[in-house]
Design a protein around this ligand. Structure first.
Ligand SMILES: *Cc1c(COP(=O)(O)O)cnc(C)c1O
Length: 403
């Protein structure tokens, strides 16, 4: 993935945290399925540039820690991830499979074939595009998505699926290697929507069986699907019934976050470590006299003598403008010398001012933490009225791998 052409902040990604989160996920995912069902394999979702952490930077760490699959956005990202695995010295046979998760287009196909990316497919044209690049001596694998209630990607169970399965059976140069669906509300334990999605998925699986197709992999859901104690055992039973291996997809938890689980005891949250720490240096310090105002539209007025530190980061870097602090409403904060330095005035495109009046040792060149210990993506999300996913994906900082 290319380096950003501007921006002075950086995002430190902890190898230890990624490894530890992946193993916590393996533990929780493996604790559900009972009896002699094998443990599910993990698909580490590194789409959207690894949720802002750097897909090519995270991929080798996750591969070394046992992720059997990686999930990317498109062929461009998938190609960069393959190259990063190669550059990390992982032999092709030892590299994870890579699932191309989002919106396969005709133009993705050559790169998908070249980099051995397995596309998610759900309509006829996609089969045609793939078939045109395939050869029956070495069939191209793909995963078939079933729409059970997201109305996003996926073929509907019933007639649409019957029709598509007939087309699939007509392509000797293609292999249905996996079947998947996605749950819309798995963070609400036992929700009626999930139950109806389970029924539809089951119906699709029997149609696939009836068509004598034998996918090797079956997968559904996300981090919350692993956290919700009842779904994985059910999925494991479906996988066993069709002779497939269960794959558990997870993104957010790899990076140390999980949505609150409604109606059940979350198992993951206590074991997760935030993987990324966003940092920038203080580039200037100045005093503020009582009555002086700060930033665009003068939304903050100093009531007393104060000290401000300037950080070279703003909304262009993904620091949400909702974190601005005004006279009317406190905003977000950064961490400096282990203390909170509140954001004062409007966050600008590439500059932000923070209050260091109470932090006597604050000085030029100090490193401030914009997101990490003391100020998490959950804090940013709450203040910005969004979800931690959007905060992490929205960061535009250079990623560096640290211990
Ligand atoms: C992004 C995505 C995931 C990962 O979701 P998390 O909540 O981050 O674990 C899983 N499956 C699909 C289809 C996705 O698009």
């Amino acid at each position: 993935m290319g380096k950003m052409p501007y921006g002075k902040s950086w995002f430190e990604v902890s190898r230890t945290a990624l490894e530890s989160n992946l193993s916590a996920l393996g533990r929780v995912a493996g604790s559900g399925p009972s009896g002699n069902q094998p443990r599910p394999a993990l698909l580490a979702v590194i789409k959207a540039n690894g949720y802002g952490h750097g897909a090519a930077l995270c991929a080798p760490v996750l591969a070394h820690s046992g992720a059997e699959w990686l999930g990317v956005t498109d062929a461009l990202e998938g190609g960069a991830v393959r190259e990063s695995l190669q550059a990390a010295g992982i032999a092709p046979v030892d590299q994870p499979e890579i699932l191309l998760m989002c919106g396969l287009e005709a133009s993705d196909v050559p790169a998908a074939v070249q980099h051995h990316l397995t596309p998610v497919v759900w309509f006829s044209e996609q089969l045609e595009w793939l078939a045109a690049h395939a050869d029956s001596r070495q069939p191209l694998p793909f995963h078939l998505e079933i729409d059970t209630g997201m109305a996003r990607q996926g073929v509907r169970p019933g007639e649409d699926l019957t029709q598509l399965l007939a087309e699939i059976s007509g392509y000797p140069q293609l292999t249905l290697a996996g079947v998947l669906t996605h749950f819309a509300s798995s963070e609400i334990a036992g929700s009626a929507l999930t139950r109806s999605q389970q029924q539809l998925f089951k119906q699709a699986l029997s149609q696939i069986e009836a068509a004598r197709l034998t996918p090797a992999w079956l997968h559904a859901g996300n981090t919350s699907t692993i956290d919700e104690a009842r779904l994985l055992p059910w999925l494991a039973a479906q996988a066993e019934a069709v002779g497939a291996r269960l794959l558990a997809r997870t993104g957010l938890a790899l990076y140390g976050y999980a949505l609150p689980l409604e109606g059940d005891v979350p198992q993951l949250a206590p074991s997760l470590l935030p993987a990324g720490t966003w940092k920038a240096r203080v580039v200037a310090v100045r005093d503020l006299a009582p009555g002086e105002t700060v930033g665009y539209n003068a939304t903050f007025t100093a009531p007393e003598p104060m000290r401000l530190a300037l950080l070279p980061v703003g909304y262009a870097d993904g620091l949400r403008r909702e974190l601005s602090g005004s006279d009317a409403r406190p905003g977000g904060w950064v961490m400096l010398h282990g203390q909170r330095a509140p954001i004062l005035g409007r966050i600008s495109m590439n500059l932000t001012t923070v209050d260091v009046t109470q932090i006597a040792q604050a000085a030029l060149g100090d490193v401030a933490t914009l997101l990490g210990a003391g100020i998490t993506a959950d804090d940013h999300a709450r203040l910005a009225g969004t979800i931690p996913y959007e905060i992490l994906c929205g960061l535009r900082a250079r990623s560096v791998l640290v211990a």
